[in-house]
Design a protein around this ligand. Structure first.
Ligand code: HEC
Length: 149
């Protein structure tokens, strides 16, 4: 076997492993925690505008920053292990708009409280636009939904 063939085989093996890990991760993120409501669309039905994102920021500052921190990194609060909302790689309950909506509306894991009593659906979708502004560039609300992770 030439060195090139061997390298190719190793590369194929590695990418298969990554694909399997991705499937396992998405399966884990479906069942656990946030209630599954099939009626929740995967893509934010509220069109992105700066105004919508700003309203989302207001909801965030009022309801979320106490645990997730002013910048979303959640490092200040040691009582709860709140998720770093700037890092989609670490999210356990999915990264689509619909996943963020569900985690916010119905809660996630053990310590993320549900907000269905405090926020109506329209407000939560505005929040989703703001949450996306906290993360990496390609994750921004303004990015095309199909190009987002
Ligand atoms: C009382 C503290 C607290 C408040 C307030 C709070 N969160 Fe959380 N949140 C958490 C904790 C803790 C987790 C981690 C849950 C887990 O992984 O088990 C979490 C997880 C999440 C997740 C899921 C991340 C993932 O892993 O997929 C999202 C999204 C989220 N929070 C958004 C929000 C939003 C939006 C608000 C405001 C409306 C908010 N949170 C308010 C504590 C809080």
């Amino acid at each position: 076997m030439t060195v090139v063939t061997r390298a190719l085989r190793v590369a194929t093996f590695l990418s298969l492993g990554l694909a399997a890990a991705a499937v396992a991760q998405s399966e884990a993120s479906q069942g656990a925690g946030a209630a599954d409501d099939p009626a929740v669309p995967a893509v934010n039905p509220t069109p992105y505008t700066e105004a919508a994102e700003k309203r989302g920021r207001t909801h965030y500052l009022r309801h979320c920053q106490i645990c997730h921190g002013f910048d979303g990194r959640a490092l200040e609060n040691i009582d709860f292990e709140a998720t770093d909302l700037t890092d989609p790689e670490r999210w356990r309950f999915g990264t689509t708009d619909g996943d963020l909506f569900r985690s916010t509306k119905f809660g996630a894991g053990l310590d993320m409280p549900p907000f269905e009593a405090e926020l109506d659906d329209a407000e939560i979708w505005e929040l989703v636009h703001y949450l996306r502004s906290l993360g990496p560039e390609e994750h921004r609300a303004a990015a095309e939904p199909e190009n987002r992770p």
